[in-house]
Design a binder for this molecule. Structure first.
Ligand code: SF4
Length: 864
């Protein structure tokens, strides 16, 4: 049995691989009981790792394209040739001072800090993530309060739990959170789910509030108003930890300088958020709002909540949902308490990486354009538009576990730039399987799934800190058996590499003689003529930067690396509460509270900021406090009596993994339908029956799905999961046949595209006899292609929800058709760009220095 870590979502649960000693093969995966986050449990996606290992469709050898990009002609190459070509090209760009032409674009990172270190060593501002199509909205809302961009609820000890969307069944951190929520329920806690859709979580909740999409912040402010009215406020907490003095001065300059007048100011600010207003705006009953508010008030310090994607990712201004939700915690003092909500960083352990390079001093305008100074992450989904505008170009572009043509909005604009070699010189796809985007790569380099690589992780799953260690199972099993391996690919299937070793070796190829100053960061400390080995790298980390691990290892007669190889995880600290009250590690960094020096929070004031001076300074004065912003899909603006409805396109299924579960037959056997959820009230009004084809028209095109009449969605809103609609352009390659449709992609005119399905999922012959037993047929429909970009002008988050027109399918329409005009995409992009308030800020910087960003550069890089 070899422990490793699941890679099928961000939770990083522990897995235990069973290796058959006779055959040397992995037989199955179960939960790892030694893992403090998952405690031996997994969701369906964990054990399905075995499908990913044994997938007969996986890519086993490095490939280089032969014909035109996207033509589907490939040849097998050696790793050495690929590394030399890619490394040589990057080295040339760096020597010619074209650092901004190198970009690493990651979907699921699955690791903590390794790539940051690599990009720092290269000296490039080239980190691009998927975060602005995922979670930037909620992140900004949280960060503006505390400087920490994620919530860490202590669900297990809560009395009342409020989930914005379906986190118990599918959210961050799915299995670790779900098991603790169930524990709390067993101890008598009540659960409330706010979601227009009846998710599995909502169905298990004590309260389901099916709000109008994008109105949730209004609901929270109505609850805040009630808490203020009832005076169920933890005044001691608010007085000590909220920046009320600055808030008074800036927002209520005519009031007395007392805490009491700040509270009066709050009451005045939120006076209009009456129960009557909220009931109408949000579409829920007054009784429901009062009951939930009473539960929150009664739970006091044991009130826990979570939001991540859902409304924060769906709506213009969605970031205020997280900000207003956090407001309820501030008022009740349930911040950092047992059973309350802590900032993420308190529950995350970040070890030091060996030999860490200094920050780089560059600023890449393709990632951080001046129009979005407060964007929480890179403006990743705007890349095609920024390239088309001529703001830069890419010489080497890595996509890593990322599939932007399929995953991002406006996929045909991605297709247009990825096939343009002037804009993207070399596209390298690092992926264990084919994907819609890898099809447009120049190199497809197979990387290991979770049982085939090393990574470290730590996530804020509960009130503790832990470190997980992913490891290549067959390599570790072989080493236990006395075999030796120089590189992980020697033990993996085919020539599947692990990325840690890939980046080490690639860095040697970028700077073979060390003259760029890059190679030294990747040399072995014992033999500088070769790259550092994984044992040296992780051995140093576990020995030098994980408190308590060397001692725990010693007790078992192991070294720290041996301990992590045996258990796969280590608990660094448990029961972490009220870190803000602790004395600061460095007295120069403390904040004085009632005369005592405390650690505080990460904002400029080191307090919780009700009023954000930063937002005001950067032109967002009205939005500088928790407030309600009208969504781009506000129900009042729609012709609901006609054919318009709000489309929710982002809900997750608990058994699929974004675009990455196509290689898991267990999961597709469970989940393989893709209906459009329509309430019978709407279905009757629009004339839809279950199974009938519907044309859904957006601002840039349309697509065709089948309707499903269900009361599990509120009238006025329709929904479809974002997992489905995988495609391939050749029958026997280019994507997984367990899950994808064979399609044609036709250019109907300049910028006009049509994707049409030729056939759905069918049985096929392969080394796995199960492939001939496939009984499911529906590949689903890719909606994202028909969505224009909707960049929120503050958070930078793509607002996913769509205002759509629904009609029955028209003559010539076929199931799965997607038709798009990318000229219209450009128009929508330009319209949303007009909403921005470009930097630089009052200090001449591109972005507030205190706000986090990935691979943060030196302060001089911020100067505009
Ligand atoms: S929640 Fe499921 S998919 Fe996510 S890491 Fe855990 S077992 Fe894997």
């Amino acid at each position: 049995m070899v422990p490793t870590t699941c890679f099928n979502c961000e939770s990083a649960c522990g897995l235990l691989a069973y290796v058959d000693k006779d055959t040397g093969e992995i037989r199955r995966f179960e939960g790892n009981p030694a893992h403090p986050g998952s405690r031996g449990r997994n969701c369906a996606k964990g054990p399905a790792t075995i499908n990913q290992v044994n997938d007969p469709e996986r890519i086993l050898y490095p490939m280089r394209r032969k014909g035109k990009r996207g033509s589907g002609e490939w040849e097998r190459v050696t790793w050495e040739d690929a590394l030399a070509d890619i490394g040589g090209r990057i080295g040339k760009a760096i020597r010619e001072n074209r650092h901004d032409e190198i970009m690493y674009h990651v979907g699921r990172p699955g690791e903590d800090g390794f790539m940051d270190r690599t990009l720092k060593a290269w000296g490039v501002d080239g980190h691009n993530s998927h975060t602005n199509i995922c979670s930037s909205g909620a992140r900004l809302g949280y960060a503006m309060w505390s400087g920490h961009d994620r919530p860490s609820p202590d669900f297990a000890n809560a009395r009342f739990i409020l989930l914005l969307s379906s986190h118990l069944e599918t959210g961050h951190y799915f299995n670790p959170h779900a098991q603790r929520i169930m524990e709390a329920k067993r101890s008598g806690a009540k659960l409330c789910t706010i979601d227009p859709r009846l998710s599995n979580t909502a169905s298990m909740s004590d309260y389901w509030l099916s709000t109008w999409p994008g109105t949730e912040a209004g609901l929270f402010l109505a609850i805040a108003r009630l808490l203020l009215e009832w005076d169920t406020i933890d005044h001691e907490f608010v007085r000590r930890w909220v920046n009320w003095e600055t808030s008074l001065e800036k927002r209520f300059p005519d009031r007395d300088r007392t805490y009491e007048s700040f509270i009066e100011g709050l009451k005045e600010t939120y006076a209009d958020y009456t129960l009557e207003w909220a009931a109408e705006e949000c579409g829920v009953s007054i009784d429901q709002i009062v009951e939930v508010a009473r539960e929150i008030a009664d739970a006091g310090h044991q009130f826990a909540s979570h939001t991540w994607r859902s409304t924060g990712s769906g709506n213009l201004g969605g970031w205020q949902a997280a900000r207003t939700l956090q407001f309820l915690h501030v008022l009740t003092g349930s911040v950092g308490t047992k059973g309350g909500l802590s900032p993420s960083a308190w529950g995350k352990f970040k070890p030091e990486h060996w030999n860490t390079p200094p920050p780089h001093s560059r600023w890449n305008e393709l990632l951080w354009p001046i129009e979005y100074p407060l964007a929480h992450h890179e403006m990743s989904f705007l890349l095609p538009h920024l390239l088309k505008q001529g703001r830069g170009k890419l010489d080497v572009y890595f996509t890593r576990v990322y599939n932007p043509i399929w995953t991002n909005p406006d996929g045909f604009s991605w297709l247009e730039v990825l096939t343009n070699e002037e804009m993207v010189g070399l596209h390298v796809a690092l992926t264990p399987t084919w994907s819609e985007t890898a099809w447009y790569a120049d190199y497809v380099l197979p990387m290991g799934v979770s049982a085939e690589r090393h990574d470290t992780h730590s996530y804020e799953t509960h009130a503790a800190q832990w470190l997980g260690f992913r490891q290549p199972v067959l390599r570790v099993a072989g080493e236990r058996d006395g075999k030796t391996f120089n590189r992980t690919y020697e033990a993996n299937p085919g020539e599947v590499w692990e990325e840690t070793e890939f980046w080490f070796d690639l860095s040697f190829h970028i700077d073979p003689d060390g003259s760029l100053g890059i190679r030294k960061w990747f040399e072995s400390p014992n033999d500088p003529s070769r790259p550092v080995s994984v044992d040296e790298y992780y051995g140093w980390m576990f020995e030098n930067s994980v408190p308590g691990l060397p001692e725990a290892a010693q007790k078992e007669g192991l070294d720290p690396l041996g301990f992590m190889r045996k258990y796969g995880a280590f608990e660094v600290e448990r029961d972490i509460y009220e870190v803000h009250e602790r004395p600061p590690a460095d007295p120069r960094n403390g904040v004085s509270i009632d005369g005592e020096l405390k650690t505080g929070f990460k904002t400029p004031s080191q307090k919780l900021e009700w009023y954000s001076e930063t937002m005001d300074d950067w032109g967002w004065g009205e939005e500088a406090i928790p407030t309600y912003l009208k969504s781009h899909v506000n129900w009042r603006d729609l012709d609901l009596g006609g054919n318009e409805r709000i489309l929710l396109p982002i809900f997750r299924l608990p058994t699929l993994i974004h675009t990455r579960s196509g290689n898991a037959k267990y999961l597709y056997e469970i989940s393989h339908g893709h209906p459009l959820w329509v309430n019978p009230v709407d279905a009757d009004a629009l004339g839809f029956e279950t199974g009938e084809m519907v044309r859904i028209t957006t601002d840039i095109g349309w697509f065709v799905m089948r309707a499903w009449r269900t009361e599990g969605i509120r009238p006025g809103v329709v929904a479809a999961s974002h997992h489905m609609g995988r495609w391939r352009q050749e029958d026997k390659t280019g994507n997984e046949r367990w899950s994808s449709a064979l399609v044609n992609i036709d250019q109907l005119g300049d910028g006009k595209w049509r994707l049409r399905q030729l056939k759905g999922i069918e049985p096929f012959e392969s080394d796995d006899p199960d492939s001939s037993r496939i009984w499911w047929k529906d590949p689903g429909v890719n909606q994202n292609l028909a969505f224009p970009v909707h960049p929120d002008p503050v958070s930078g988050m793509h607002a996913w929800h769509q205002r759509v027109t629904l009609t029955t399918a028209q003559e010539g329409d076929q199931y799965g058709d997607v038709v798009v005009d990318t000229a219209k995409s450009t128009q929508v992009f330009e319209k949303w760009l007009e909403m921005t308030k470009p930097g630089p800020g009052p200090d001449g910087n591109r972005r507030p220095l205190w706000l986090d960003r990935p691979v943060k550069p030196t302060p001089d890089a911020y100067r505009y």
